[in-house]
Design a protein. Structure first.
Length: 334
C-alpha cells in the first residue's frame, strides 16, 4: 500500500493512508489537509468530529498531534456529491476498445463534478456516450487534468481495467508528457523534487510545502524565445496543479496561469502581436500531448499523441515571430 490509496464501495470513497514521520508534531487536521489534496481543512475537521476519519482504528480530535506512522482511514460519504447523471457533453474520443477509452480533452472542460460545476463535465459526457461506465467508479476516470489544461486522459471501461490502471498509476507505470510555455528563458532542463500540498493560507491554491505529498517533475527545453521558453514536461507523480506549482516555485510560472502566474508579464520591446496575445491568453499554457502505457487487459505497449491545442500553437507562433522581429532569434533544441 502506498502513502495514500483509495477506492469506491457502495457510493462511498474509502481512502487509507499512513502519516509520514516528517509530519511529527503537526496537528492532525493540518497533516491530513496536506495529504488529502481534494478536501479542505474545515471539512477534514468536521469529519474528524463526526468519526468519518479514524486513526489507528480510533476517533481523534483535530488538534491532536501526530507522531508519524499512524494508519488513517477516511470513508467519504456518498451524499457529499449529487449523483452524476448522463448528459450529452461533446467528447473527442481518440481511441476505444473493450478495456479503455482515450479522450482528448479541450481546455475549459471540467473532469469531475464539483462545487460550481455540477453539470456539463467530462464524467457526465462519458456516462452519456458509454452507458456501461455507470458500473465503473467515477465513470472510469483514473486521473485528472485541470479545467483549463488540454490534452489526453485515459478512462477504464471495465472494473478489471479500472483496478489495473489505478495500480499502474500508483506504481508510476503510465507515462504522461506535457507541453508547457513558461515566462522567462531557461538555459537547460532539470528536475523539481519538492512536496506539494494545500497552501497554508489560500486553500484554493496548492504550494511547495514541507508537509505536502512527494512530487517529482522533469522538464526539458524544447524551444527558446526572447523572454519565454517552451518545455517538454514529464511527471513521476500526479499531484493537484503539480506542473503549475513547480514552475511557479522555479520562478518561471506558466504563461496565462490565473492562480500561479502573478501579474501579466509583457517583455520590453514586444511586438503588438505578442503584447495582444499575452493579454488575451487567459488559461495556463499547458497541454497533455502524449500518453503511454501497457494495455490493462492485453499488456500491449500503447502510445497516443494529441495535436497541440490551437491557442497554444498560436501563442508559440507569435513568440517566434517576436523573437525574429527583435533580431534576438530563437534556438530550437532537438
Amino acid at each position: 500500500m502506498g502513502l495514500a490509496d483509495g477506492y469506491d464501495v457502495n457510493e462511498q470513497t474509502i481512502i487509507r493512508l499512513s502519516i509520514p514521520e516528517r509530519l511529527a508534531g503537526q496537528r492532525l487536521d493540518q497533516a491530513l489537509a496536506g495529504l488529502l489534496d481534494d478536501y479542505s481543512r474545515s471539512r477534514i475537521q468536521q469529519w474528524l468530529r463526526d468519526g468519518v476519519i479514524l486513526v489507528d482504528g480510533a476517533r481523534r480530535r483535530p488538534r491532536d498531534p501526530v507522531v508519524g506512522g499512524e494508519r488513517v482511514q477516511l470513508c467519504v460519504p456518498g451524499e457529499q456529491e449529487p449523483a452524476c447523471e448522463p448528459e450529452p457533453v461533446p467528447l473527442r474520443v481518440l481511441y476505444e476498445d473493450e478495456g479503455l477509452i482515450v479522450i482528448d480533452k479541450p481546455a475549459g472542460l471540467v473532469v469531475h463534478p464539483a462545487a460550481g460545476n455540477w453539470h456539463g463535465t467530462l464524467q457526465h459526457g462519458l456516462l452519456y456516450r458509454f452507458p456501461e461506465l455507470s458500473a465503473v467508479p467515477r465513470a472510469g476516470i483514473v486521473h485528472r487534468l485541470d479545467k483549463d489544461t488540454s490534452g489526453l486522459l485515459v478512462v477504464a471501461r471495465t472494473l478489471a481495467s479500472h483496478t489495473r490502471l489505478v495500480e499502474m498509476m500508483q506504481a508510476r507505470e503510465i507515462g504522461r508528457e506535457y507541453l508547457a510555455v513558461i515566462n522567462g528563458v531557461m538555459t537547460a532542463g532539470g528536475t523539481v523534487d519538492q512536496p506539494v500540498g494545500r497552501h497554508p493560507v489560500d486553500r484554493k491554491r496548492m504550494a511547495v510545502v514541507g508537509h505536502g505529498r512527494p512530487a517529482v517533475t522533469h522538464y526539458r527545453v524544447e524551444e527558446r524565445y526572447r523572454a519565454h521558453t517552451a518545455l517538454r514536461v514529464t511527471l513521476e507523480t500526479g499531484r493537484t496543479h503539480q506542473i503549475r506549482v513547480h514552475m511557479a516555485w522555479l520562478r518561471h510560472p506558466l504563461v496565462g496561469d490565473p492562480l500561479y502566474g502573478g501579474r501579466l508579464r509583457i517583455p520590453p520591446g514586444s511586438t503588438q502581436a505578442l503584447a495582444g496575445m499575452l493579454r488575451g491568453f487567459r488559461r495556463q499554457a499547458l497541454h497533455a500531448r502524449q500518453l503511454t502505457l501497457k494495455h490493462p487487459l492485453t499488456g500491449e505497449h500503447m502510445c497516443w499523441r494529441s495535436p497541440v491545442a490551437d491557442d497554444l500553437l498560436s501563442l508559440m507562433a507569435v513568440l517566434r515571430a517576436d523573437a525574429d522581429a527583435t533580431s534576438e532569434g530563437k534556438a530550437d533544441i532537438p
